[in-house]
Design a binder for this molecule. Structure first.
Ligand code: UDB
Ligand code: ZN
Length: 185
């Protein structure tokens, strides 16, 4: 089972590498990894399990964060009802097919399971994306995402490209974003 001890932290060069494409059929260890990444998110969002294992409640976890430099990430955006997530998928070889000109940023800024410090500031991202990915069976999927789920997916795809959220924060004025950037509460 993945715990906070499995997750590598900033400073580890794996987090700055471009991860490799996966090829189908996936190997057994790659299927296992997909399962483990999603299981971490589920566990981390379960109050009891999270408390027991001291997990931070996660909405996304990318393979490079557990030291596997491959283009795979799990995303679990919870909805209002516990068993009705807004977006729950393991994304293999995800690509953003198109993106809105409109930018959006979380008003509270971002954090990261691989970053153990607070880095304040807006992280401007595309408000809407058209996303393509493959599932474990190699089936292709396309979906349009907006606002929070779109931000989570962009944060995770950044990990596949060696980018960390604070790379996007304005160095001189952390809480400034390009004009017209939507702030999400
Ligand atoms: C997170 N969690 O998982 F709205 F159930 C962050 C951490 C770094 C604070 C753990 C988070 O935003 N939790 C959350 C939010 C909700 C509802 C809920 C849990 N990530 C994922 C990450 O580091 N992936 O690599 C950071 C997010 C910041 C913006 C998008 C991802
Ligand atoms: Zn992260």
């Amino acid at each position: 089972m993945i715990t906070m001890d499995t997750i590598i932290r900033e400073g580890n060069p794996i987090l700055r590498a471009r991860a490799a494409q996966l090829t189908f059929p996936l190997k057994d260890d790659e299927r296992q990894l997909a399962h483990d990444l999603m299981e971490f998110l589920e566990n981390s969002q379960d109050e009891e399990i999270a408390k027991k294992y001291r997990l931070r409640a996660g909405v996304g976890l990318a393979a490079p964060q557990v030291a596997v430099s491959k283009r795979m990430t799990a995303v679990l955006v919870p909805g209002e009802e516990p068993d009705k997530p807004i977006f729950k998928h393991v994304l293999i070889n995800p690509t953003i097919l198109s993106e809105s000109v409109q930018l959006a940023a979380l008003a509270e800024g971002e954090g990261c399971l691989s970053v153990d410090r607070d880095v304040p500031g807006y992280v401007p991202r595309h408000a809407r994306i058209k996303l393509r990915w493959f599932d474990l069976d190699g089936e292709e999927h396309v979906a349009r995402l907006q606002n929070y789920p779109a931000i989570v997916v962009q944060h995770e795809i950044d990990h596949l490209n060696g980018i960390l959220f604070f790379d996007h924060i304005n160095k001189d004025n952390p809480f400034t974003a390009p004009e017209g950037t939507l702030l999400l509460e």
